[in-house]
Design a protein around this ligand. Sequence first.
Ligand code: AMP
Length: 286
Amino acid sequence: MKIFRTIKEQQNYSLNEKYRNVKIALVPTMGFLHGGHLSLIDKAKENADQIIVSIFVNPTQFGEGEDYKEYPRDERKDLELLREKNVDAVFIPETAEMYPEGFKTFCEVRELSKKYCGKSRPAHFRGVATVVLKLLNITKPDIAVFGEKDYQQYIIIKTMTEDLNLPIEIIPSPIIREKDGLAVSSRNIYLAKEERNEATIIYESLIMAKKMVDKGKYRVNLLREKMNELIKPKSHVHIDYIEFVNPQTLKKVEKVENPTRILIAVWIGKARLIDNMEVRPKRQSR
Ligand code: AMP
């Protein structure tokens, strides 16, 4: 497995592979790898010949007072896992390599970046879009895989590649969950025992809403109210938002008349956790 720490080395490698007509996949991560990340690598392998994983905790996507400093890191273990996965190359730059002095350019996917998670994290998606655009330019993939776990992020990156005519296919990959339903996340280690126990309510609330939709309850106000009621008794869990949106445009809907994504974000202790699920009205259920 090749390990590149400079942009030049990574670009040269990718240019060479492209010259050989090899189909390249990029899986961007912030490291502290878990089953969710590894599932993206499997998805990438189904769709490409060469797998590049990037590991970079991107400072520009963290707001002031957020967890940039404490964000968990374990390079040795990450590289071990990636070796076991037979990844071809890892791009793992230092911050100064990605953002040298004098760095000035940002990419913003307007409107989409300001909603939902963008409300409580105003500069977050600007940082995400910028770093992903840089990573795409550095690694030059044919495809890039993003987890549906971060659904708004997936749509924002897809929109960016379309708007900027990047010849790269953005492929979504389903959410990987713990046995009790909690979506796997690097931030789950922030949870104290009681908080971890209560965190399952996120998934349970999504499943409850899905069951209601399956029974023909389509009014979003009612569905949201029931989710709120279910979560309220959990003293450690504070809802940031629950929204029902069109899965492509992320526009809010008032009724589940078509396939709809439920997006949820909650605070539990110092962790902000997100999750989502697709629901569809009866006549369209699979
Ligand atoms: P992160 O390291 O948290 O920035 O995540 C890197 C990539 O892994 C993103 O595309 C995430 O959506 C994806 N990811 C993180 N957790 C999961 C999960 N539980 N299931 C599927 N994909 C995930």
